[in-house]
Structure formats: structure tokens, C-alpha cells
Design a protein around this ligand. Structure first.
Ligand SMILES: [Zn+2]
Length: 162
């Protein structure tokens, strides 16, 4: 049996608005504003989902969970991630590792990173050592620096047997 490896990338962006919870990696973070979107707008989890789908060449998050569908309104993105993990497992894929970066000017995310890693790894049923989450800022530059939105970038490596 030969092991085959596949890599995928994920990118996501959501605007920061008032009257929304700020949820990143399934962690609710106290802040005056939150990310806007059809689901809970969890920018990190969405980028992880797209990296995993990309690695398995299974399309993208919008194709699997179309925004505008009532059943996805305000849904926890961890629920969507769990479904994607199950789709990969059904296809014979295991996750080697995930490395993610959240780019946000405020608030400070350092204290929440471990919770994000725990949420992502538990949802995917993999060891937490396989999930890296990093926080970066835009050093005051551009729209991230002005606090208008947040971004997340992710790579994921998966392995399958053939
Ligand atoms: Zn998103």
C-alpha cells in the first residue's frame, strides 16, 4: 500500500460589524464588534474547511454549504467543519496537519489560540499537535489595520492509502 499526500490552501475574509458575536476557531471572544456573515462567520474555521476541501479536490465551502440557505443561518462553523472531516474520512483521507494564520488588528488573540486549537482538533478528531493556529496583525496598514475586516489563511496536508 502506498501513501498519497495532498496539500490544500484556504483563505477567508469577513467584515467586522457591531451587534455580532466575534467567533474565531469556535471561541467566542469578548469584543465590541463581531464578524458578519450568513453563518457565525468564523473566518478561521472557514479557511480550514477550504484548505481541507482543496486538498481532497472536493470543491469549496460555498458549494457545500451555500450562503442564503436557512439551515446554515448563524450555524456554528464547527458543525460544518465536522461534516467536512467526515467527508474526507469517507473518502479514505486522514489529516496530517493544519497550519493557520488569523490576521486581525484587534483584539489580541494570543489568549484564545489554545482554545481554537482544541476546538478544531476535537471537531476533526485529530491530535491537537496536528493543528497550528497563529495570530498576526497588519501593523496598522490597510483595511485590516483600520479594523474593517479580518482574514485567515490556512494550509492543510492530508494523506490517503491506495
Ligand atoms: Zn467565511
Amino acid at each position: 500500500m502506498e501513501t498519497k499526500l495532498r496539500i490544500g490552501t484556504g483563505y477567508d475574509i469577513h467584515p467586522l460589524v457591531r451587534k455580532r458575536k466575534l467567533i474565531i476557531g469556535g471561541v467566542e471572544i469578548p469584543f465590541a464588534r463581531g464578524l458578519d456573515g450568513w453563518s457565525d462567520a468564523d473566518v478561521l474555521t472557514h479557511a480550514v474547511i477550504d484548505a481541507l476541501l482543496g486538498a481532497a479536490a472536493l470543491g469549496d465551502i460555498g458549494g457545500h454549504f451555500p450562503p442564503g440557505e436557512a439551515k446554515y443561518k448563524d450555524i456554528s462553523s464547527l458543525t460544518l467543519l465536522k461534516e467536512v472531516g467526515e467527508k474526507l474520512a469517507a473518502g479514505g483521507w486522514g489529516i496530517v496537519n493544519i497550519d493557520a494564520t488569523v490576521i486581525a488588528e484587534e483584539p489580541k488573540l494570543a489568549g484564545f489560540i489554545e482554545g481554537m486549537r482544541q476546538n478544531l482538533s476535537q471537531t476533526l478528531d485529530i491530535e491537537v499537535e496536528r493543528v497550528s493556529v497563529k495570530a498576526s496583525t497588519a501593523n496598522g496598514l490597510g483595511c485590516i489595520g483600520k479594523g474593517r475586516w479580518m482574514e485567515a489563511r490556512t494550509v492543510a496536508l492530508i494523506e490517503g492509502k491506495e
